[in-house]
Design a protein around this ligand. Structure first.
Ligand code: ADP
Ligand code: MG
Length: 263
């Protein structure tokens, strides 16, 4: 991971004079006629762990997917690691840097079923970062150990539990040495007893200072691990602030109602 000690120092303190790693200003996204993100503004700093919460269909995944340009922004500004992500004419080189430096972990893991765990972890570092097989395998082993799956290196995805698959997916993201990790409901597809092992890995990353943006229904995770919450409602940024504050004493009626339904 990059400069863990520096990032760890920044975590939970949100250095106001440091530069944000993600800035969005009047951000909008439409699918044809349907406007899903309706002008949202905010900042995310290095070492922040941000939970994006909100009702189903309010635009959480869309917002997250805009950040690494899996979706094209249709209005306003979005800057990620100094890259103008709203630029429709973004040069390929910039897009490549964005995809390398901003990792994504999906609800459905998205592992290659025909590749071993090791090959799932080494394919992108070899093809995109042009690492040697040996270097890519060394990194893969390091991160597999980190997520507690060193012994599964030669397994195939269908030989793993959902929790193990998701931990492999996290290790795969880490192998690209990202500066930011995006998670879209990483535990929603898991049996309840497997949620904890994934959240533990995420908590560990947060403690090491990784900048993380996490769409999640796990309010306990949001409260304990995130330092910041963004509550989206119907495409608007309804409420944001320090996680404990926002989740303990919500100001807006919509957030209060949303939280009371989760309990
Ligand atoms: P959430 O993640 O909060 O549940 P999404 O961002 O997935 O919400 O979706 C927000 C809205 O955008 C929904 O109405 C959804 O149907 C719509 N939507 C999402 N992706 C697409 C797409 N590729 N094309 C058209 N509509 C979409
Ligand atoms: Mg979603």
């Amino acid at each position: 991971m990059n400069e863990p000690s520096t990032q760890a120092a920044a975590h939970n303190t949100t250095l106001k004079d440091s530069k944000p790693v993600i800035t969005f200003d009047g951000l909008r996204k439409s699918y044809g006629e349907l406007e899903v993100i309706k002008g949202i503004t905010g900042e995310i700093f290095s070492g922040d762990v941000v939970s994006i919460i909100g009702p189903s269909g309010c635009g959480k995944s869309t917002f997250l997917r805009c950040m690494n340009r899996l979706e094209k922004v249709t209005g306003g500004k979005l800057d990620v690691l100094g890259i103008d992500v709203a630029d429709h004419l973004m040069p390929t080189q910039q897009l490549r840097r964005l995809r390398t430096q901003v990792g994504m972990v999906f609800q459905g893991f998205n592992l290659f079923p025909h590749l071993s765990v090791l090959d799932n972890l080494t394919i992108a570092p070899r093809k995109v970062l042009l690492k040697s097989r040996q270097a890519a395998e060394d990194t893969a082993k390091h991160y597999l150990e980190k997520v507690g799956l060193g012994q599964k290196i030669h397994a195939f995805p269908d030989q793993l539990s959902g929790g193990q698959k998701q931990r492999v997916a996290i290790a795969r993201s880490l192998c690209m040495n990202p500066l930011i990790l995006l998670f879209d409901e990483p535990t929603s597809a898991l049996d309840p007893e497997l949620v904890g092992e994934v959240l533990t890995v995420m908590q560990q990353l947060a403690q090491e200072g990784m900048t993380m943006v996490v769409v999640t229904h796990e309010i306990q995770f949001a409260r304990e691990v995130a330092n910041k919450v963004i509550f989206l409602s119907n495409g608007y940024l309804e409420e944001t602030g320090p996680a404990k504050e926002v989740l303990t004493s919500p100001k807006s009626d919509r957030l209060r109602t949303f939280l009371s339904r989760l309990k």
